[in-house]
Design a binder for this molecule. Structure first.
Ligand code: BGC
Length: 427
């Protein structure tokens, strides 16, 4: 079988985010979880009572499961805050040479303008632990959670929100001199859509105008943050991390083609096109594929997004080829590209190894065709707190027993390790 060798120095690793793994956080999400866990458990019981939405027994037999209130409280999460060294030992054993994680703003600045030096020291230790294991840190400064004081003073809607955020960015970056790769924001579009339009995540208030204001403020935060941090540390590689969907038309009828173009522009473009000038690299997550069909007979809005074929436990379609098309599309920007997340919820670990291999084969094809891809991060290193869905979705290369906090390396993690260790894949 022919073998493809990834470019020398290619980064292989996995991603996490502070609130989803650390445990013991106190931020706007923590408050929302406490206010909503009972409702979410009750709704899950109703929503999943009957086929076809019935949750399979193998998921209900896990702790916690979607019918339990504790599923929706991040609490101790994976206790990664205390166990990061042993977790990085695992990453090293699995041949990872890079790791993406985020810094929790609410720990660094628990009160407005007051910084907690012990927490800054904690992240210094995290970075040191990665470096000691030969793992390159990829740091995200904001992965959706805000300090409580910040949300109480109006959150991202306030005109001076970005000034508060930039004060934190400046402080933390001055303290973390050993970081080379930085993402200021993780997928800003998702919390805006969920928090202000769908309202199923914090702050769960507002309207389309608020959504626009927040989006604009986040964009400004990235732009100004880029300039500020580059002034402080010219050696930093600063990028964005967006969630890009591969869109294709259902067929080549003009209605489907034009509909696809419009939806693609609306979904993938707003942040990217505006922030690309303020980014040294492109980071993107690939989870979704949408085949667009515009036909008033197929659905209420006349838009059919998908024909789901193979699915993850989350009900998301598995479509590896899409990552290739997204990469080809990004080539025009002429910037280095990192796949900052790609993964699936698969509690029984039946599909994960094939999922990773197939995605990486498509990445290899893009590289062969001249796309400058420099790294791949699986989501996630271990099972964790999947926001409003809680713990039941199992994305991890490593399984977490939430009663004992024991870690168990899944078979798929070893399969991925063959690729990371050889820096190559059989085509
Ligand atoms: C987010 C993660 C999330 C993952 C799976 C990504 O878009 O950055 O926080 O857990 O998707 O839903």
């Amino acid at each position: 079988m022919p073998q493809f060798y990834f470019p020398k120095g290619f980064y292989f690793g996995a991603s996490t985010s502070a609130h989803q793994v650390e445990g013991g956080n106190n931020n706007d999400w923590t408050e929302w979880e406490h206010a909503n866990s009972a409702r979410l458990a009750a709704e899950a019981a109703r929503r999943h009572a009957k086929a076809p939405m019935r949750i399979p027994d193998y998921i209900l037999n896990n702790y916690p499961n979607p019918l339990q209130e504790e599923n929706y409280i991040s609490g101790k999460a994976c206790d990664h805050y205390n166990r990061f060294r042993e977790d990085f030992d695992i990453a090293k054993k699995l041949g990872h040479n890079a790791h993406r994680f985020s810094i929790e703003w609410s720990r660094i600045e628990p009160e407005e303008g007051k910084f907690n030096e012990a927490e800054i020291e904690h992240y210094r230790e995290v970075i040191k632990a990665l470096r000691e294991r030969g793992i390159e840190p990829f740091v995200t400064l904001w992965h959706w959670t805000n300090p409580v004081w910040f949300s109480e003073r109006g959150g991202w809607k306030k005109k001076d929100a970005k000034d508060c955020f930039l004060r934190y960015c400046k402080k933390i970056i001055s303290a973390l001199e050993d970081v080379r790769f930085l993402m200021i924001l993780n997928e800003p579009e998702a919390p805006v859509r969920h928090g202000y339009i769908i309202k199923d995540r914090p702050p769960a208030v507002g309207n389309i105008v608020d959504a626009y204001v927040v989006l604009k403020n986040l964009m400004e935060a990235h732009k100004e943050g880029y300039t500020l941090l580059k002034d402080l540390r010219n050696d930093l590689q600063i990028g964005i991390s967006e969630n890009l969907v591969f869109f294709e038309p259902y067929n080549h009828l003009p209605n489907n083609y034009l509909g696809m173009k419009l939806i693609k522009w609306w979904r993938n473009n707003p942040f990217f096109s505006r922030l690309i000038r303020y980014s040294d690299f492109i980071g993107f997550q690939y989870y979704f594929h949408s085949r667009i069909r515009i036909n008033p007979l197929v659905s209420r809005w006349g838009i059919q997004f998908n024909e789901n074929k193979e699915l993850s436990d989350f009900g998301w379609e598995i479509y590896p080829e899409g990552i290739y098309h997204v990469l080809k599309d990004l080539k025009k920007y002429g910037k280095p590209i990192y796949i900052t997340e790609n993964g699936l919820a698969d509690a029984r670990d039946e599909k994960r190894a094939k999922f990773i291999e197939e995605h990486l084969r498509w990445v290899a094809k893009a590289i062969k065709e001249g796309v400058d891809v420099r790294g791949y991060f699986y989501w996630s290193l271990f099972d964790n707190f999947e926001w409003d869905k809680g713990f039941w979705l199992r994305f991890g290369l490593v399984e977490v027993d939430y009663k004992t906090m024991e870690r168990k390396i899944r078979q798929s993690a070893w399969e991925y390790a063959k690729i990371t260790k050889e820096n190559s894949i059989a085509l």
